[in-house]
Design a protein around this ligand. Sequence first.
Ligand code: KG4
Ligand code: ZN
Length: 339
Amino acid sequence: MIVLGIESTCDETSCSVVKNGCEILSNVVSSQIDLHAEYGGVVPELSCRRHVDVFIPVLEEALKEAQISLDMVDLFAVAYGPGLIGALLIGITAAKSLSLVFNKPFISVNHVEAHLYAALMSQKTPVTFPCLGVVLSGAHTSLVRMDEIGSYKLIGETIDDAIGEAFDKVARQLGLNYPGGPKIEALAKDGDPKRFGFKAGKSKEHPLNFSFSGLKTAVLYTLQGQNKLSTMPLPLTKQNMCDIAASFQHAAFTDVVEKVMSAAEQYHCKTLVFGGGVTNNLELRRMIQEKAPQLRILWPSLGLSLDNAAMIAGLGYHNFIRKGKGDPLNLEAATRIAF
Ligand code: KG4
Ligand code: ZN
């Protein structure tokens, strides 16, 4: 079955052709990083306009790379949420229009669920469920028990900022452009992770929930010299920036590792499935691998961590098989979706 996947939830426009849920024939991603860099985050109105401008060229490129034409597509899959409403509408309208014109079914996919499927789709050996799904992206930080593809239980999530969002905001405090994650990772390599005793937030009632907003504010007050970690404004020398980045990253990942290990034990999961842009970070991978040598750890392969349409097409295939039919054409975009 040939599936054309479409992704437009936030600041990437992507089309991908995937065969039988896992064989990626093309995965074309047009990023809007240049457009939003100077604003420190995604500007929704600009994002929508860019999706409209680039959708057709991205689609054409994906078909060309896969060496197929639109009439060879069996199913059109689209991320229907969560995301920015205007951006979602563009992808959904494109998928519905293609489905109508070519008289082939259309299927909706949850973008966050697709981030977890990204790590599953490249596995050569079968995966044993239940798995612990860990989504670490610009908009989400979630722990889910995955009983099978399509069956999940949310067991922890952020109560304020998402982890990627915290990386982006701390980078901005250091005068760095969006997206901040890769820049923080690069600075942290030459920094002292113990210089500032930063800590991520804890929730007494829900110990598997995350909180990164206080951590981000602790970094800000330290830079401004307004807390016990520093009583004078901290000049942005190269070494200070590296130490701030390393200490922030260490605090965020120590918290993730702790909660992942505790959730895996509590929910009897022997396999960890990671998804989302923050999983590109090699220090995160090192820390998890060090703490969990007894567990099977699945990471998204190259090109599948950040937003992309291959994960949408792949999961779309499974959703279609499970439902036995496509979704109705009056299906609407969902800016928020509960797991
Ligand atoms: O999954 P994604 O494309 O977006 C959402 O669906 O939300 O992830 C983007 C996020 C951004 O916040 C970016 O700063 C972060 O992933 N990111 C990283 C790294 N690469 C991307 N964070 C930490 N270290 C990285 N190497
Ligand atoms: Zn995403």
